[in-house]
Design a protein around this ligand. Structure first.
Ligand code: GDP
Ligand code: MG
Length: 390
């Protein structure tokens, strides 16, 4: 069997293609255009699979649409797998409504299942399948879930194509059926002919013009708009029937983000936090610990000096130990509490995620100087180093 993958850009066609075919694929170009053409065989099943260019409709406006449309109309695949980003079905089903009008069997693969729960979206696939009138499978091409079910649905295929649901209001529907019967064409072509599609100019007969005029007068719109609006109305209806969105509970972290990353508060809060870090590590608390440690070292030195003198050590060796070693180590030791406090502060900011958020926040500002927001950490540490040397 010949199977085609059809869907919007970034819906996951190539990911699914690679998953289904593995290494069993050939890459080339579509004839006459520099658009990548991937064909392969589905593992286990052996059916031919084609990855078609991403499209939003079957109108011949873009090169991608032209290539995909030509393939589904002329190469006549046995099955179209219509891959749909399940997190935004409204946008994707526009193409689906058109595919359903072809004579080809369509399987709808709702992709990105792994992202649904996080977004609080629940899709009742049985209801959706019933509304649209074809098989619906929920998959994740990335996480490789639902693939067996997809393969089983492909295996189940039989040649009978059920006529697509009537999605237009009865006056439009009647004109479509009329054209189908009069011109002996299928539903897809009848709609395209009614729309005055450039591919079917030779079919433009009196009865088509009459139908078009009648509808345009009733709806006070041009025919393409009438058809597009009707599709959207239908999509909203079936989406509402099959999808529920539970508002995701705001976590504590979301609430804090709202405050810390608020458009107006973010920068003042950042300044306050940075001041606190500075205050704790270098400012009053810091210099307090420096004084405290240097007093401690001084007292310890005096005790050692007294001991050494009592033991009868020479003046120079006492001085070497007390003024050299103890005072020297003490001077370095004096900064240790400051460094501990500084790194403690930085690690708190990092583990709470504030640092990465602020990095993002500062990106714009830092970019002005040719730096990225990630420069923040060396920037802060550098600032401290500067203040130590003063
Ligand atoms: P194409 O334009 O339709 O060929 O889409 P791609 O296969 O190139 O996928 C577009 C992006 O969506 C890539 O970053 C994929 O990793 C991602 N993607 C594809 N399928 C899934 C999925 O099931 N779940 C998630 N989370 N991401 C996916
Ligand atoms: Mg692709």
């Amino acid at each position: 069997m010949k199977i085609a993958l059809v869907g919007n850009q970034n819906s996951g066609k190539t990911t699914l293609f690679n998953l289904l075919t593995g290494t069993n694929q050939k890459i080339g170009n579509w004839p006459g255009v520099t658009i990548e053409r991937k064909v392969g065989k589905i593992k286990d099943l052996g059916d031919d699979l084609v990855d078609l260019p991403g499209i939003y409709s079957l109108s011949p406006y873009t090169v991608e649409e032209e290539v995909s449309r030509k393939f589904v109309l002329e190469d006549k695949p046995d099955i179209i797998i219509n891959i749909v980003d399940a997190t935004s079905i409204e946008r994707s089903l526009y193409l689906t409504t058109q595919l359903m009008e072809l004579d080809t069997k369509v399987i709808i693969a709702l992709n990105m299942a792994d992202r649904l729960e996080k977004k609080g979206i629940h899709i009742d696939k049985e209801k959706l399948a019933k509304e649209i009138g074809t098989d619906v499978v929920i998959i994740s091409a990335l996480k490789a879930t639902g693939i067996e079910e997809l393969k089983n649905t492909i295996k189940k295929y039989n040649k009978q194509k059920v006529r697509s649901k009537e999605i237009f209001k009865s006056d439009i529907e009647n004109e479509i059926i009329n054209i189908e019967n009069e011109l002996k064409v299928n539903r897809f072509m009848a709609i395209k002919i009614l729309e005055n599609d450039k591919l079917y100019q030779s079919y433009q007969k009196g009865i088509v013009k009459n139908s078009r005029q009648k509808l345009e007068e009733t709806y006070k719109m041009d025919i393409e708009e009438i058809i597009a609006n009707a599709r959207y109305e239908y999509i909203v209806k079936i989406k509402n029937k099959s999808t529920t969105i539970t508002p995701i509970k705001e976590t504590m972290s979301d609430k804090l983000d709202k405050i810390f990353l608020n458009k107006f508060l973010a920068f003042p809060i950042f300044v306050v936090i940075m001041f606190l870090v500075y205050y704790l590590s270098v400012g009053v608390v810091g210099s307090f610990t420096v004084d405290w440690i240097s007093d401690l070292v001084k007292n310890f030195g005096e005790i050692v000096r007294e001991c050494l003198t009592n033991l009868g050590a020479s003046a120079w060796s006492t001085s070497l130990v007390v003024d050299g070693i103890i005072a020297g180590v003490g001077a370095v030791l004096g900064f240790v509490p400051q460094l501990i406090i500084l790194f403690l502060c930085i690690s708190i900011l990092e583990t709470t995620g504030y640092m990465s958020r602020v990095t993002f926040l500062l990106d714009k500002l830092f970019k002005k100087f040719g730096l990225s927001g990630e420069t923040l950490v060396p920037f802060i540490v550098g600032l401290r180093t500067v203040s130590y040397t003063h």
